[in-house]
Ligand binder design. Structure first.
Ligand code: UD1
Length: 421
């Protein structure tokens, strides 16, 4: 079984490059299913979630080519057939559900298994389905498969009950080739949605309002191929910023970090005492810490609030900060599975429903722990970097869903980390 071994490490120091955003690349790959030409997408990170999406696109008849070295993905869905991806493939990642909008829009029918992904709560898809139904789709659930069809989707007004990232993306894509105008209210504002819209517009879509809570999509007849570069991954960047604070004395610079997308994370780290500087250069951001961080309260919210995908990493920081911090997770239920593992390392965490009270301790103690989901894995690495002794992290496959060569990048910063198996 592969695992990460992290020995007691010095404070992180040096420079590291942030990769392209996984959560922007996945919907953009799904959107390429609507294009009748070749899409060349740059800065697509080499991650297992990306390879699953690549397989899904192929199982629906699209041709793909990925070069790990240049991180370039080519998708050609010109000759799309009517196929079904099997349950085993679809259930690997929740983002597989993002093929629903594009395929429905392009082919008029789609059959797909209910999605899987990280086990961080119920994660229903009702908002996606309500959106498709509002555009005129007939939807049925048959033996674990969603079957959706519409002779031609028609533009409509859709108001989301909650600003779901995936539902906003799916509805935008479905509306792209629909007849007429769709206005989506209470949209999610995440930068990955703006990136998806920018990509779609670059290949011929008519979309306005991305990055605001109301997005307007005027349906077009077809989309062309094109070339596009994915935005930097704000969660990978945030994870490195947090890792730099695991021990006092960290001094790390990030390349290819978009500071505009990191505002809530930067603000919280400054509140906790980290010194963060934005430098001139291609996305250069540096972080330093002299002392242990001071605890702060953290509440996750949809963008531009504090990201739920950074909650676990900040819990690791609170665990070694001075004082008490109260964490409130408002986006997902059941997203504190890392707390039990951190407690095994000596963290002092009390959980009541969506609230976690964390009393910082001077030193965590390394021990064997298990990553239960992607960000929980990242958080355990941060805890290990702030711990005495050796930490062994199992469940490495979760990390590989969202972090490209994280062990290698951390070694570059001086961490004593190796992957075994
Ligand atoms: C995306 C991100 C994920 C991030 C999350 C919130 C991708 C591939 N994943 O996930 O990393 O943690 O945004 O920032 O981009 N909900 C419903 N009904 C629905 C859809 C969602 O109730 O139909 C609920 C979810 O259960 C959850 C909340 O809405 O409680 C937020 O989910 P959503 O914004 O949809 O997250 P994802 O798109 O799945």
């Amino acid at each position: 079984m592969s695992r990460l071994i992290i020995e007691e490490s010095p404070p992180l120091a040096g420079r590291v490059r942030v990769g392209g955003s996984k959560n922007a690349a996945l919907p953009i790959m799904a959107a390429a299913l609507m294009a009748r030409g070749k899409c060349v997408i740059h800065d697509v990170p080499a991650l297992s979630d990306i390879f699953v999406m690549q397989n899904i696109i192929e199982s629906y008849g699209g041709a793909t080519e990925y070069d790990c070295k240049s991180e370039r993905m080519i998708i050609d869905a010109s000759e799309l057939g009517r196929h079904t991806a099997d349950y085993e493939l679809i259930s690997k990642i929740r983002a597989s559900f993002l093929i629903l909008g594009p395929l429905l829009s392009r082919l008029g029918e789609v059959k797909t298994a209910m999605p899987g992904g990280c086990a961080i709560g119920g994660r229903p898809v009702d908002l996606h389905l309500k959106g498709m139904a509002a555009l005129g789709a007939q939807i049925g659930l048959n033996h674990g498969y969603i079957e959706a069809s519409a002779a031609k989707l028609r533009g409509a007004e859709v108001h989301l009950d909650f600003p779901s990232v995936g539902a906003t993306e799916n509805i935008i894509m479905a509306a792209t080739l629909a007849k007429g105008r769709t206005i989506i209210g209470n949209c999610a504002l995440e930068p990955e949605i703006t990136d998806l819209c920018n990509f779609l517009v670059s290949i011929g879509a008519d979309i306005s309002g991305a990055g605001t809570d109301t997005i307007t999509v005027n349906g077009v007849d077809s989309l062309n191929g094109g070339e596009y570069r994915i935005i930097p991954d704000r969660i990978e960047a945030g994870t490195f910023l947090a890792a730099a604070c695991a021990r006092p004395g960290g001094d790390v610079s990030l390349e290819n970090a978009d500071t505009a997308h990191l505002r809530p994370v930067i603000a919280k780290l400054r509140e906790m005492g980290a010194q963060i500087e934005e430098k001139s250069g291609p996305g250069l951001l540096s972080i330093k810490t002299d002392d242990r961080l001071k605890a702060a309260d953290v509440k996750t919210l949809p963008y531009p609030g504090f990201p739920t995908d950074m909650q676990a990493q900040f819990m690791a920081l609170l665990a070694v900060s001075t004082g008490r911090g109260v964490m409130t997770e408002t986006v997902f239920e059941n997203r504190y599975m890392h707390a039990a593992e951190m407690s095994r390392m000596g963290a002092c965490i009390k959980i009541d429903s969506r609230t976690a009270v964390v009393d910082g301790v001077r030193n965590l103690a390394g021990c064997p722990v298990k990553a239960t989901d992607l960000r929980a894995g990242a958080a355990l690495i941060i805890a290990a970097l702030g711990a005495d002794g050796v930490t062994e992290i199992f469940g490495v496959h979760h990390l590989e869903r969202g972090y490209d060569r994280i062990d290698e990048k951390l070694r570059q910063l001086g961490a004593r980390i190796i992957k075994i198996g």
